[in-house]
Design a protein around this ligand. Sequence first.
Ligand SMILES: NC(=O)c1ccc[n+]([C@@H]2O[C@H](COP(=O)([O-])OP(=O)(O)OC[C@H]3O[C@@H](n4cnc5c(N)ncnc54)[C@H](OP(=O)(O)O)[C@@H]3O)[C@@H](O)[C@H]2O)c1
Length: 268
Amino acid sequence: MKSNHIQVVSRVFAFAGLLVCSLAAGAAEPVATKGTVLITGANRGLGLALSKQFAADNYYVIGTARTPQKATELKQVADEVLPLDVTSDDSIKALAEALNGKTVDIVVNNAGYFGPTLGIGANRNRAATLKNLTWSEVLDCFAVNSAGPIFVTQALLPNLLASKQPKIVVISSRSGIITKGSGAGAYGYGVSKTAVNRAVRIMASDHVLSKCIVVAIAPGHNRTDMGGHRAHLLDPAESMKQVKTRIEELTKQHHGRFWYYNGKELPW
Ligand SMILES: NC(=O)c1ccc[n+]([C@@H]2O[C@H](COP(=O)([O-])OP(=O)(O)OC[C@H]3O[C@@H](n4cnc5c(N)ncnc54)[C@H](OP(=O)(O)O)[C@@H]3O)[C@@H](O)[C@H]2O)c1
């Protein structure tokens, strides 16, 4: 009778022990994600829409914003919101320090600047001409759209190289295509997008990035602050859903090439 009692008590303890161990293991185990994606300029527009797409599909999303305190919607979506001004060396270095030792599988260089000629109301359609062009318009566009992606990628190289298959995406624009259209006055924006396209080609053949897939993607004309909010334009939720699919599909076959959001290849 006594040994039966001991047996029951020891079984209860063994069961309780197992339960505690498995609960502890469950608590310690990191939640499995499909990978980590970092998106710059994620507080509004296409960056926010793309963050939502990845977050909804179980990716670990790191969204960057110049002013994280104001990035209310992004905070509800992303796993982490980190400060980043892509034109500031100090800010880029601080981002790299914050991510020290973390694997980043996908970097989406999305932050972009059109220039002061993108006004609202009466100013919206004012085309830039050589006559009213300013140094600051051209240099600011170059800093954000061309140099930003280069230096953000440089800073995050250790994080990317820790991934099994790192992907570097630059959200470019058809405004950068030199063989099509006139570029109509987009001295700052258009030229800076042509420049970043060239940077994509250079990165694609840079031996330090040989493990990475590097592409440019044009998102199409979308309803955002930059694109304008006219009804006929693309819905960012829809186009970014397609951009997410493009990014997931990337293989070495796509490397060093320029893609439209819908999967069509674009000329440089
Ligand atoms: N919308 C379109 O139709 C269209 C078409 C072709 C290509 N694109 C490209 O798609 C990307 C996103 O465009 P969007 O329409 O979403 O533009 P948007 O609505 O104007 O948003 C731009 C984003 O970039 C950020 N940004 C600007 N300067 C920055 C800097 N120095 N450092 C860090 N972040 C900065 C902005 O942050 P703040 O909120 O702090 O200003 C904002 O989050 C851009 O690269 C753009 O060129 C857009």
